[in-house]
Design a protein around this ligand. Structure first.
Ligand code: GAL
Length: 416
């Protein structure tokens, strides 16, 4: 809509037609509590403040959002859901199926979201043809973040294959540092496993984690995947258990550890510490996964609210999130790529440009898959059953990869 020569946002237009002002704040439940995450969250808070949308913060610490989802369930059960909730993949669809989410279709239609949000994301932003969430980013999990000086000290190049990777890890060990900075939490173990499984083939990843094919889950390739996980578990330090992901990033940032296998929210930590890609650290795709991407998209789902004021505030927040200028500013800090295809890459560093190019390429080539570890491959029941087996394998509880693969097939079958 054009007014006095200026383009109004659709949300502003909605507000004008219903004469509603933002008397109501939005209460936002999220798990962005690390340094890099909080910096990105501030970009969102500041943006909303300029639009007079008040923010009531409900942070629930815990990478990957499991604790946040538990807190959410408690709030909804008590009949007091937050206004807006950071959410991933199948969790959004589960809440929509429960009838708990509001409808963003009016603002989405007015602003043409259908044309600019990639179909893979829309699969989690819409239910029954209605928009139920606003995607703020696209992260991907198949990344490795390497301390550049530690890599240079090995005399080896960036690892491109599994064998290269093991050679670099061995050389780092010989150089007296912890090769793999890692936190022993189920979702972090699973994030590493996303990369391992994808590295054994895109068809295999799809068959196992998306299609939940018992033969792929319990077969020889899965046994090999678990053997690789068990190999990686030998390169962590003695204190890895329970460590938060951002502290593992810090180990790589300060050179105590050589590398971390983590989604690109890790880049937010490097940037927050003033580190420069290509100079202080390098970002590579998990060896063997070049050309493919396992993604997860943080979306803000809006819960059912009563008043028109609260509904207008939700629509305005969703509109602000979907603004292309905001998507650039936010994702530059967060480490992710924009959730729209029409955002220029100029403001992004080399890792961000690579993230955007990889995403577009994978989308075109049919090698873009939802992340198992971050709730975009299967519903939470299956994800949690998968987590249990992965973590047990990482901690040496199976005789070998074949035993772990058999346990995985059984656990996933029981969870469905
Ligand atoms: C992911 C989320 C990211 C990041 C990460 C660690 O699930 O998509 O935005 O916050 O958890 O907390």
């Amino acid at each position: 809509m054009r007014l006095f020569g200026k383009t109004m946002t659709a949300a502003a237009a909605l507000v004008m037609t219903t004469s509603i002002s933002f008397a109501e704040d939005v209460e936002v439940l999220h798990w962005w509590t690390s340094g890099g995450e909080a910096a990105a969250l501030n970009v969102l808070k500041d943006d909303l403040a300029t639009k007079s949308i008040g923010w009531v913060d409900m942070p629930v610490a815990g990478g990957g959002g499991e604790a946040a989802m538990t807190a959410l369930r408690a709030r909804v059960t008590a009949g007091d859901p937050p206004t807006a909730v950071q959410m991933l993949g199948f969790d959004i669809l589960d809440w929509a199926a429960e009838g708990a989410l509001g409808d963003l279709t009016e603002v989405a239609t007015a602003e043409g979201w259908d044309a600019v949000v990639p179909a893979a994301l829309q699969g989690f932003s819409k239910a029954d043809g209605k928009w139920i969430a606003a995607p703020v980013n696209v992260h991907s999990t198949n990344w490795v973040w390497i301390n550049k000086a530690a890599l240079d000290a090995t005399g080896l190049g960036e690892p491109a294959t599994w064998e290269d990777l093991v050679a670099v890890l061995e050389a780092m060990k010989a150089n007296g540092i912890t090769p793999l900075g890692h936190g022993g939490q189920a979702w972090q173990d699973a994030t590493v496993f996303d990369g391992i499984v994808l590295g054994l083939g895109t068809d295999f990843y799809k068959a196992a984690f998306i299609d939940l094919d018992p033969a792929a889950l319990g077969g020889e390739q899965m046994a090999e995947a678990f053997n690789r996980l068990i190999t990686l578990s030998t390169y962590v330090d003695a204190n890895f258990s329970g460590r938060d992901w951002n502290l593992a990033s810090a180990m790589v940032i300060n050179g105590e550890a050589g590398m971390q296998m983590m989604g690109d929210w890790a880049k937010g930590e490097f940037l927050k510490a003033g580190k420069v890609p290509g100079t202080d650290f390098v970002c590579i795709r998990f060896p063997g996964t070049q050309g493919a991407v396992t993604f997860n998209s943080d979306q803000f789902a809006m819960f059912n609210v009563e008043s028109d004021g609260a509904k207008a505030a939700q629509a305005a927040m969703a509109s602000a999130i979907m603004n292309p200028t905001f998507q650039s500013a936010f994702n530059v800090v967060k480490g992710s790529a924009p959730a729209r295809t029409d955002v220029p890459n100029d403001a992004f560093d080399d890792c961000g440009k690579k993230a955007m190019a990889d995403l577009a390429e994978a989308n075109t080539n049919g090698t873009l898959f939802g992340s198992m570890a971050h709730g975009h491959a299967a519903p939470a029941s299956v994800k949690n059953a998968t987590y249990d087996v992965i973590t047990a394998a990482f901690n040496g509880e199976y005789a070998d990869g074949a035993a772990a693969a058999a346990a995985l097939a059984e656990a996933v079958a029981a969870a469905q």
